[in-house]
Structures are given as structure tokens and as C-alpha cells.
Design a protein around this ligand. Structure first.
Ligand code: S3P
Ligand code: PEP
Length: 441
């Protein structure tokens, strides 16, 4: 096998000799963009997405929906400002092939959409996508009336034989390995003949923030949703059948991708402003205001955006990150530079993300001289003096940004395959060097 040159390329992570002082415009949210694309494609009328994220995960989502017949055109938003996608729903049809890459949102949100297509829709993706859990979606769709051919493992690759409609109704699933199983069924639920009632039967449910985002965005396009947090039964979500509105939606900046920049303020004792930080949001990244304050910074939401200031001291943290697991790699990186130990818990499911994130963080931080151990559901991080070396990323964007955070404080860190940040933040190396006042690469 020829070696992928991207995997051998090493990016010298910039070391910060001074406190950062920068304003960083963070591109749109992956999770909001991909939900908005699905909902706009299932709507009864055209809609707009303004300032959508253009990254590998969202371009794969847009391409897949186009393959199924949806019109997604480049344009300028209705008010004449900002880049936008105009989404024109159409009858969905196969035969089609969807490349999910390694995007959890594409591999989980689109099979329910494919049941509504007329004809077979084949799903395939990166080798890692074959290992990521999908059984919750496959089993649920079968129970709701879909025909799906897989190789019996409940994973990719597979073919959904769309029949043009799905009965829908009540289904039990165990979503303890990914909240995206629940989000996937709810997002297409309004288009199922009987809507959908999803009952989570597992012992715990990760990433509740992302389920709230699904419910919020469904309601914003006119869907009727009953859910546990507004008086519904625990672990039960109901979506009524009905037509969805086409909306003009401005996509919020990706607050999880704001994390490395906020971390830079914390690590260097500097100041970073993130414009357009929403005053109210369901994004898990909003929890960084509290988490990074506990770790030694302070923040203020001003007219300019979120202004985050580091104090020059970083404290360890004991945090249950189950609701916001996406933030764990960045928190682990900061914790490795703190003045006291940290315990991160509630994130066993990170072993099934882009890579086994608990193993990868442990190995890579320890190879720089750190002292990290895995627990059943997280990490113990005891800060030690770190040294330079190669930080491997395992095709995981959040490993690359975690390594860059460490590189700010530790000279000689080289990130292998920084290009993997293209999954959700293709501009990362440029944004990072600009933040530090250096030339764009
Ligand atoms: O629905 C979403 O947009 C996401 C849900 C979470 O998935 P898991 O529940 O599988 O962790 C999160 O980690 C992922 O990055 C995005
Ligand atoms: C887990 C993540 O992605 P995915 O949507 O592929 O699950 C992530 O972005 O941290």
C-alpha cells in the first residue's frame, strides 16, 4: 500500500512566546449546518442557509442530498449579504451512492432520509466509518418498516432500499453509543407517515446538547416535538407527521471549533475575541464559558462577541463531559498544561469517535512526557513538564487541534497530518498562525 503523503507531513505547531491578543472569526457550526441541510431538503418549500460551514463533513452532506435529487445552489442570501446555499427540495430518488467519509452526521442522519427515496441508496465511507456504531439507526429503521441490506454487523457499508415513504411509529433504541441515533430518527420523523416516537432504552445517553439542538431546529421549521425536557416522559421523544417550512437561517459559528482559540488565551494568559458568539444556543461549545473559567480564565459576552481572557494560570478540572463530549480532546490538552490534576468522566463513547480518542490522547500526551491514564469512562491527567515530539492525529480533527494547543506551551511539537482539520475547519492552520500574528501559510 502506498503511504498517504498527508500522513507523513509534519506541521510545526507554533510556539507562543507572547500572550495572544486576537479576534478570530470562526466558520459555521458543523452540527447546525448538517441539520439545516437535512431539514431544508425535507421541507415543503425552498429555504436558505446563510454562512454555512464548508468543510469535508458538510460538503459530503450537501453532495449526498444533491445525489438524492435535492437542489443545493450557491448564492447570496436574500438580504444580499454573505455567502449562502439555496436549498430546493425535490422528490428523492435512487439509485444513488452516498459517501459518508467519516462524518457521523452523514452516516446517521441520511439513512432515515434514504427510506423516503424511491429506489436503492448505497452508503459507503472511509474505513473508520465501518467501525463506528450504526446499529441503532439500522435496527430502528427496520422496525419502522424499512428494507436495509448490510453485511450483518449493523454497520457500513449498506444499502437502504427506499420505498418512497416510511410508516414510522414507535421504536425502542439504545443510543448509549451515540446521541446521533436519536437525532437521526427525529430529523426525518415529520416525513414518516405516522411521525416517530423514539424511546431510548440504554443506561445513559451522551451528548444531550446535540439532541436539544435537534429538537430546537425541528421546532424552528414548524415540527411538533414532545420531549423529556419540556414535560415529556423521560427518554422519550415524539415527532408528529407534518410539512416542514423552508427557512432563511444564519448558521452560528462553530463553538466547538472556537475551543482551540479560547484555549490559546487560557494557555498564553492572553485575550481572544470570537465574534458572533450567540447569546442563546444549543451548541455544546457554549459550555466552554464555564469550563474554561473554572480552568483559570474569565469571559464576557460583549457587542464584539465572546471576549475570553486567560489569567496566566491554568487549573485542573474534575468534569463530567457526557453532555458535551466533543469538547473533551481540547480540555484534555489544556489539562495537560495545568497546575493541578484533572479527571474527565462520562465520555466512554469517545472510543467510537473519529478514532478511539481516549487511547489516542493518552498515547500522544504521554509520548510528549505527560502522565495520562484512561479510566472506564474518561481520563486522569496529571500535568508534567512536556517536551517536543511528533503528535499523531489518527485522522481526527480534534486530535490535531489538541496537539496545536499543547504546541503553544511546549517547543518542538509537530502535528502529523494537520490537514485532517478539514473535516470541520479547513482554515485551521491559517486561522491559528494569524491569531499568533504570523504569516498565513
Ligand atoms: O449530532 C451531532 O451533531 C453530534 C453529536 C455528537 O455525537 P455523539 O453523540 O456520537 O458523541 C458529537 O460528538 C458529534 O461531534 C456531533
Ligand atoms: C465526534 C465528532 O464528529 P462526528 O460528527 O463524525 O461524530 C466530532 O466532530 O467531534
Amino acid at each position: 500500500m502506498t503511504e498517504n503523503p498527508a500522513h507523513t507531513s509534519l506541521w510545526p505547531a507554533p510556539h507562543a512566546s507572547d500572550a495572544v491578543d486576537a479576534t478570530v472569526h470562526v466558520p459555521g457550526s458543523k452540527s447546525v449546518t448538517n441539520r439545516a441541510l437535512v431539514l431544508a431538503s425535507l421541507a415543503a418549500e425552498p429555504g436558505w442557509l446563510r454562512r454555512p460551514l464548508r468543510s469535508r463533513d458538510t460538503l459530503l452532506m450537501a453532495e449526498a442530498l444533491r445525489t438524492l435529487g435535492v437542489g443545493i445552489e450557491e448564492g447570496v442570501g436574500p438580504d444580499g449579504t454573505g455567502e449562502a446555499w439555496r436549498v430546493i427540495p425535490a422528490g428523492l430518488a435512487g439509485p444513488a451512492t452516498v459517501d459518508v467519509g467519516n462524518a457521523g452526521t452523514v452516516m446517521r442522519f441520511l439513512p432515515p432520509v434514504a427510506t423516503l427515496a424511491d429506489g436503492p441508496v448505497r452508503f459507503d465511507g472511509d474505513p473508520r466509518s465501518y467501525e463506528r456504531p450504526l446499529h441503532g439507526v439500522i435496527d430502528a429503521l427496520r422496525a419502522l418498516g424499512a428494507r436495509i441490506d448490510d453485511d450483518g454487523r449493523g454497520a457500513l457499508p449498506m444499502t437502504v432500499h427506499g420505498g418512497g415513504a416510511l410508516d414510522g411509529g414507535r421504536v425502542d433504541i439504545d443510543a448509549s453509543s451515540s446521541s446521533q441515533f436519536v437525532s437521526a430518527l427525529l430529523l426525518s420523523g415529520p416525513r414518516f407517515n405516522q411521525g416517530v416516537e423514539v424511546r431510548h432504552t440504554g443506561s445513559h445517553l451522551p451528548s444531550m446538547a446535540h439532541i436539544r439542538m435537534t429538537v430546537d431546529m425541528l421546532r424552528a421549521v414548524g415540527a411538533q416535538v414532545d420531549e423529556p425536557e419540556t414535560g415529556g416522559e423521560p427518554d422519550v421523544w415524539r415527532v408528529a407527521p407534518g410539512a416542514l417550512l423552508g427557512r432563511d437561517l444564519v448558521i452560528e459559528p462553530d463553538l466547538s471549533n472556537a475551543q482551540p482559540f479560547l484555549a490559546a488565551a487560557l494557555v498564553t494568559g492572553g485575550r481572544v475575541v470570537i465574534p458572533d458568539w450567540p447569546a442563546r444556543t444549543t451548541q455544546p461549545g457554549d459550555a466552554l464559558r464555564e469550563l474554561f473559567t473554572e480552568m483559570g480564565g474569565s469571559c464576557e459576552l460583549t457587542e464584539q462577541g465572546l471576549e475570553f481572557t486567560g489569567s496566566g494560570t491554568i487549573h485542573g478540572i474534575d468534569a463530567d463531559l457526557s453532555e458535551v463530549g466533543e469538547l473533551a480532546p481540547g480540555i484534555a490538552a489544556v489539562a495537560a498544561l495545568a497546575d493541578s490534576p484533572s479527571t474527565l468522566s462520562g465520555v466512554a463513547h469517545l472510543r467510537l469517535h473519529e478514532t478511539d480518542r481516549l487511547a489516542a490522547l493518552t498515547k500522544e500526551i504521554n509520548e510528549l512526557g505527560g502522565d495520562v491514564t484512561e479510566t472506564a469512562d474518561g481520563l486522569h491527567i496529571r500535568p508534567r513538564r512536556l517536551h517536543g515530539g511528533v503528535f499523531h492525529t489518527y485522522d481526527d480533527h480534534r486530535m490535531a487541534t489538541a496537539g496545536a494547543i499543547i504546541g503553544l506551551a511546549v517547543e518542538g511539537v509537530q502535528i502529523e497530518n494537520v490537514a485532517t482539520t478539514a473535516k470541520t475547519l479547513p482554515d485551521f492552520p491559517d486561522l491559528w498562525t494569524s491569531m499568533l500574528g504570523g504569516p498565513r501559510t
